[in-house]
Design a binder for this molecule. Sequence first.
Ligand SMILES: Nc1ncnc2c1ncn2[C@@H]1O[C@H](COP(=O)(O)OS(=O)(=O)O)[C@@H](OP(=O)(O)O)[C@H]1O
Length: 883
Amino acid sequence: MPGLGALNARARSPRGARSALLTRPWLGMPLLLLVLDAVLSDSHGSSSSSLPPPMSCYKSLIALLLTVTTAITTTTATTKITTATTSAGSLSRCLCASESKNAKLHFYRHIDKRSARDLPLWGVGGMEKQRHSPTKIYTRARTHMKAERAGAAIRKFLQAGLQLAEEEGRCAPPTPRDTFIYATSAQKAFLGMSVRKKTRVPAMPARVDKQKQQPHTNYFVADKDHMRLVCSRRLIIYGISACSGSRARNTIWRLLRLLLLLSLLAVGILNNTCIVRLATTFAVIKARGKKMHQPAAFLCYITVYTSVYRGAASYIHRGRVCELALAKKTGSTSMAEMRSREFAIVDTYTLLYLRNTRRDSASVSRVVMYFVLCARVCSHLLAQRKLESSRTIYTYACAHIWGSCTSSFESRRLRTSRIVYIVSHSSIIRCIPQVRVKWMGRAGMRLSEAESASDCILVVGVSRPKLAAAFLTVALISLFLTFHILYDSALYSLHAAAAAAAREAVDSSSSSSSLDLVVLDNGIDDNSYESNSIDAAPFGTPPAAVTPSLQLQMAAAYNTASPPAKAHFPKTSRQLPQAIIVGVRKCGTRALLEMLFLHPQIQKAAGEVHFFDRDDNYSKGLEWYRKKMPYSFKGQVTIEKSPSYFVTPEVPERIFAMNASVRLLVIVREPVTRAISDYAQLRSHASSTPSPPTSSFSSSSSSSSSPSMSPVSSNNVNSLQSPNSSTSTSLQQQQQQQPQQQQQRSFDELAIRSDGTINESYRPIAISIYHMHMYRWLEVFERRQILIVNGDQLIDDPVPQLKRIESFLRLESHIGRHNFYFNHTKGFYCMRSDSEEKCLKESKGRRHPRVSPMVVSKLRRFFSEHNRKFYDLVGEDLGWPEE
Ligand SMILES: Nc1ncnc2c1ncn2[C@@H]1O[C@H](COP(=O)(O)OS(=O)(=O)O)[C@@H](OP(=O)(O)O)[C@H]1O
């Protein structure tokens, strides 16, 4: 058994195995894994056998899990992106709030939902009153309300905001008020608004819904581009976002994160690789992320991986970047003192983006908008005398963006390829009459004694989904790696457990009596059933996998060697059958196969393969056939059954060509009973088959041209093949014709012609003339390769027949009486294994039609001669009745 050496060798080198885990390719995505799996599933696909599901099943499951995880991750990341892109809405809300309620802007370091909830923002529709963020309202509406009601609720919510705005009298939009609703298309649809794609700005978006209750208010659906119009046109933005997602999704995400963290930490300890460390770092940060302001944390992840702006990111996530900068610029070292000063931070979380942003229309326009907003904030601060007008406002942005902004201010109009923004310099100047806005380079963030003090630093910027994509990639790779490693570890443990179990079994069996060993070692010779046994090594693979001698070797190996840290389970593969039940139809082939399957060393093919008797299957080649076989361990015997092999002339040669030493099982039953059983089956099938359109068949029973009693013609033999065989045309005719016409007739009519002779061309009769088929097998195979199983005895008492077969297959005796119990309802023996009790299905053991005793005895007399020929051929007398 080659597996033994390999087993021990591998068991002794767990380190090698473990390192193999890490050298596995992990560059692909889960789907790639699935594809690979499918390609490689040749030797590890699923099987209908009783073996534990092959590895690829686990792998597929893991891959599926990964895909689901990926989907969740993607969704989460997408919502983060949405959060980022709706930041403009947050800013405008902040702005309005500051103007309406004199809110202290330095509270707004983190413009997130939590802080927003506590602020008296009218810009999002009376948030203070309702104590709910629009996200929450939307989510709740989506979850709990019908679309219309939810739409109405949100409209009401928006109107409340408008009302509040009116009361405040600040930041009030011109009349008629134009309200822009910034929402995803799904949300807009939800609101009952048709979504019009915005193409050109400044053309106003189409008006889609007029509120009758508030005739002066026009509701428009704004897309991202419209957001940029907000300030210049003094419109109101309502940000409705579903960023937060459902509670369930958040919980799942949290759990996944925890799982990821724990697993990566565990694996990271074992495997000191930078990949794992990286992933672990990611997990730790991700886990911590929930405590941080989302976008800042988000930037932090990116920073960790790019390692470019680490310092800046940490400043940001602490929300102190401006404070520090200001402290340095004013020469103050005391933070407490700094906090007592008034200054504004409009937005911090997109600082890093500014370093990377391209000079494209979208980012520039967004920055312009931010500046406008900043300007308004400054104006507000000036009005409150919290900012000295003589002071300089520093903004931190990369040079080219700043260049765009200033040039736009100067030219009063920023024109890009796509959009013209009406951002006039005068409007800004109106807002901040005496405040100069200057760009402060990165160096400005550091201590510079020469610089004059400043009261206000505006850190502005934009964020883009691009960064999120990077994050997502890292997340996916980490997830993939994690699950891959987890999967490997799980398999590893499974193997070890299985090997340990095998070892236990070996230990216990080695302590059993030595008599067993003697009997088994001499197996065939000592077995009284073994008249047909083959003495040479029978199968393509050594049958010794679990023979006691080998078990002892294994046990010895286990016992002498120091206990291995890890062990490997032998691999499974699909083997061509070493034994085939070739027939005979209706003699108990299924029962035989299922009963043999009780033996742990036997694996059975699912269904009937019909490889050798059907030309279309045979032409697919042996590889196709092999793939139809179940997975088996080395040393196990693979068996398939296709009863029509017995009567198909080409089959013996074909099987021989595959494996000259194959073992064949022919199960036979008293021919008349078999014929009646066959008839019962045909009739049952006929009743469930729709009738063919035409039929030119002339009943064989009434056909005067039918062959006479004496030897069945070769024509008849050909016509006996499986109904599905493609080797015979007459057979197909028979297939179509028999069920409909013949099977409406009684067995008596079909089996006995009107002239009283036996209709031996009638298929059920012809198949029962066993010697006519058997001789073809004996022309090809040696007698000792074929075991004749008595099907009647298998019904009455299966165990002796099975013992014969165990011997014939050179298998350890395993199946015994404990494996069977008689089921009185079914009238047959049913099987019992450790795990279950099982009877054959209803089509096995059908009620036979009533056949007149005269016909039975007539048939028996007819068959007696054929039976004797069969006995002579096989050298066994089966003792079937002759009357
Ligand atoms: N344990 C047990 N349970 C049920 N049936 C049993 C069993 N042992 C043998 N048999 C007999 O098997 C007969 C069906 O034979 P096959 O399985 O070879 O039929 S088939 O050719 O595959 O259709 C079937 O024939 P019918 O009785 O005519 O249905 C049974 O008699």
